[in-house]
Design a protein around this ligand. Structure first.
Ligand SMILES: NC(=O)c1ccc[n+]([C@@H]2O[C@H](COP(=O)([O-])OP(=O)(O)OC[C@H]3O[C@@H](n4cnc5c(N)ncnc54)[C@H](O)[C@@H]3O)[C@@H](O)[C@H]2O)c1
Length: 337
């Protein structure tokens, strides 16, 4: 098989994961890499000696052999790099969030669509076997009707200085939320605090309301002692907890709930009963999400098909981020979506 030639721009902490995955992938090869920081770039040479370490960005853009560009730089630089890559005819996989603003993201989508190029966003959880399992369960209504979802994404760092905790962490949760809840979002409100750096929020609490009385709460923080990656879904029949830090038993389904029972002999009178049933753990074979994401990018280039995490989804995440930021600015006001 003809392996697609891929270039990586941005070889920092997350970019090195792309180096490992792409350089070992059967459908593509890491042909070129570029980073403004030469020391970071040199590390690519250690892990993937066959990769050409570029001196300039234009050498990536101008190389006709390069079919796809993976952008894993700091968020502030995404727009310019993605734009130039697309204008030079490259398919792009850009890390989340796709850009700093909704308007920028919309412009990138327009450029990609006009040129019939793939523009995929690295919303990695859409390639997570656990999240896909949860989505199937919701489709099958195994939890009954969904009532609410609670997200916890906390830990100590990494603390960023180009974006706040929303753009960094909530971009994951919004992408998951939009993937799981297929109801129309109504409004969003958020509260955030800046404890460490001036004007860069490091802790936030976000509420999202959907049609049919579905509610979501997202708690994100860079400054908590324990790394938590937990999503709790409460349905009117069962409940589910997805704990991504747990290596094996990431998903637990609780046959628990509250139901109404007729009280003794008194028809028409009801009392609430707690149902405390079995806990089941589905047997899921988890594959590395980043590997699946890269495979999907290559498949989309080869077959000219729309990615699961396409630019429209990336734009929708930015719409949520901007509305949450606006709410923070306006004293946690509910913003219509
Ligand atoms: N999907 C995930 O789970 C996940 C996890 C972590 C980070 N990320 C995303 O990956 C991206 C990078 O994050 P990171 O943690 O690796 O950050 P990082 O700061 O460790 O690395 C960013 C790298 O980009 C380089 N860079 C900055 N501007 C550049 C430019 N104009 N041209 C070339 N190189 C440039 C920097 O020198 C640095 O090496 C961000 O978008 C972040 O949101 C995603």
């Amino acid at each position: 098989m003809n392996r697609k030639k891929i270039a990586l721009i941005g070889c920092g902490a997350w970019g090195m994961n792309y180096v490992r995955v792409i350089s070992q992938h059967e459908s593509c090869e890491l042909t070129m890499a570029y980073d403004t920081d030469r020391q970071k770039l040199n590390k690519v040479g250690v892990l993937s000696p066959q990769t050409k370490l570029c001196e300039t960005l234009s050498s990536v853009y101008l190389d006709k052999e390069i079919k796809g560009v993976v952008v894993s730089t700091n968020v502030a630089s995404h727009f310019d790099i993605v734009r130039e890559s697309l204008l030079h005819g490259k398919h792009v996989l850009c890390e989340k969030p796709i850009s700093k603003t909704f308007i920028e993201a919309s412009e990138l989508k327009k450029i990609a669509d006009e040129r019939n190029l793939i523009l995929m966003v690295g919303h990695i959880f859409l390639y997570h076997d656990g999240i896909n399992y949860v989505r199937d369960i919701l489709h099958r209504k195994e939890l009954g009707d969904l009532l609410y979802i609670n997200f916890k994404r906390t830990g100590l760092g990494p603390i960023r200085d180009d974006v706040n905790v929303l753009w960094d962490l909530a971009s994951h949760d919004f992408s998951i939320l939009l993937f799981l809840v297929e109801q129309k979002p109504i409004c969003i409100s958020a509260t955030a605090k800046t404890y460490i750096q001036d004007s860069i929020e490091d802790v936030a609490f976000i509420n999202v309301e959907f049609e049919n009385n579905i509610f979501a709460n997202i708690h994100i923080s860079w400054i908590e002692p324990i790394k938590q990656r937990v999503i709790t879904l409460v349905g009117d029949k069962k409940m589910l907890v997805f704990d991504d830090v747990n290596l094996d038993d990431k998903i637990k389904i609780y046959d628990k709930g509250i139901s109404y029972q007729t009280s003794n002999g008194d028809f028409g009178a009801f009392q609430l009963a707690i149902r405390d049933g079995e806990i089941s753990i589905p047997n899921i074979k988890y594959k590395e999400p980043l590997n699946k994401e890269v495979s999907h990018f290559i498949e989309c280039i080869s077959s000219n098909t729309k990615p699961v995490s396409d630019s429209s989804g990336g734009i929708e995440v930015l719409r949520f981020l901007e509305a949450a930021q606006m709410s923070i600015k306006n004293g946690s006001k509910r913003m219509l979506l």
